[in-house]
Design a protein around this ligand. Structure first.
Ligand SMILES: [Zn+2]
Ligand SMILES: [Zn+2]
Length: 345
């Protein structure tokens, strides 16, 4: 089969790899129908995640068809259509029993990281019963690719941890796919004011069409001053960090109102300063989380009913074997006006 293989920082190739075979009775081999590229994959390509080694097939999102199911897989059989979760979980360990699949003792985020991923013609999924979700006939499979990672990530790490409530004022820092996923799913809870902050006008304009009440280009305007003027100098009830930079996290620390929540989603490579000299008395909650994907079935129902339309995030389409070209487009997101790219086998 063909797959997108990482060969060290800056090096990747669409090349021949052996088709995966079942090793454990709980495994399934899935034939990829559609996959996508995540911001995390760009980090991997730069060499930011040293756990990813030369020869690894990248990718942790996608939908596909069961090619072969191990003898212990009871939820799926050959020919079933499935959503592949970015998180692999055994469903049996202490963490899984708490619903914290991200820290599964045998799984977690391993796909396209510690084991071969989804940017390939076939992928091996361990613990298939718990790590795959069924797709009923007739569903829009392209939209469902957004359920592998970005929608549950924006919702669980941003909206749920940020305790967004009716009438709240919230700020989302970062208008990439994850920030937009938080923007879409925050509206389950009817916040009154949704401020989106980014440095890319195109992405900010997209945020506006997805329900942002205010947009701020922090490259052109003072984001803190603007937020304070919108909120009568109170700040926001929830600040969602969806970038992963020192400056954006520290901006969130200044934006959050007394009693507010700072919900981090961003992948951070550097330490940030925690300004306890201003925060100690302000009844703030700061949360971190790796997505557990426990809300995927709930999000799926909202996609099926039309309440949530994640297809709006898809800006570019490529054939799976054009994936190197797709990386170029996604890697130049501002110039290409790219949010999510879909690769179809
Ligand atoms: Zn991802
Ligand atoms: Zn587990």
């Amino acid at each position: 089969m063909k797959a997108l293989v990482y060969h060290g920082p800056g090096k990747k190739a669409w090349e021949e790899k052996p088709k995966p075979i079942i090793k454990e009775a709980t495994d399934a081999v899935v034939k990829i129908i559609k996959t996508t590229i995540c911001g995390t994959d760009l980090h991997i390509m730069k060499g930011d995640l040293p756990a990813v080694t030369d020869g690894r097939i990248i990718g942790h999102e996608g939908v596909g068809i069961i090619e072969e199911a191990g003898s212990a897989v009871t939820n799926f059989k050959k020919g079933d259509h499935v959503i592949i979760s970015c998180i692999t979980s055994c469903g049996k360990c202490e963490y899984c029993k708490k619903g914290m699949y991200s820290h599964c003792e045998k799984g977690g985020w391993i796909l396209g990281n510690l084991i071969d991923g989804t940017q390939a013609e076939y992928v091996l999924i361990p613990y298939a019963d718990n790590s795959l979700y069924p797709i009923p006939a007739g569903a829009d499979e392209e939209a469902l690719v957004m359920l592998s990672d970005i929608l549950p990530t924006g919702f669980e790490c941003g909206v749920l941890n940020g305790k967004v409530s009716p009438g709240d004022t919230i700020a989302i820092i970062g208008s990439g796919p994850i920030g937009i996923a938080a923007l879409l799913t925050s509206q389950f809870y009817s916040p009154a004011v949704i401020i989106v902050i980014d440095q890319d006008d195109n992405r900010l304009n997209i945020a506006k069409t997805f329900g942002a009440t205010h947009i701020i280009n922090s490259a052109k305007e003072n984001a803190l001053e603007k937020v304070m003027s919108i909120t009568n100098n109170k700040g926001v009830d929830t600040a969602i960090e969806a970038v992963g930079l020192v400056e954006t996290f520290e901006l969130c620390e200044t934006l959050v109102a007394a009693g507010g929540h700072l919900a981090n989603i961003g992948v951070h490579g550097k330490s940030v300063t925690l300004h306890m000299e201003t925060l100690w008395s302000r009844n703030i909650t700061i949360t971190t989380r790796l997505v557990d994907t426990v809300t995927t079935p709930m999000l799926y129902k909202n996609v099926q009913s039309g309440k949530l339309d994640p297809k709006k995030l898809i800006t570019h389409h490529f054939k799976l074997d054009e994936i190197v070209k797709a990386y170029d487009a996604f890697g130049n997101a501002a110039k290409e006006k790219a949010l999510k790219v879909i690769l179809t086998a």
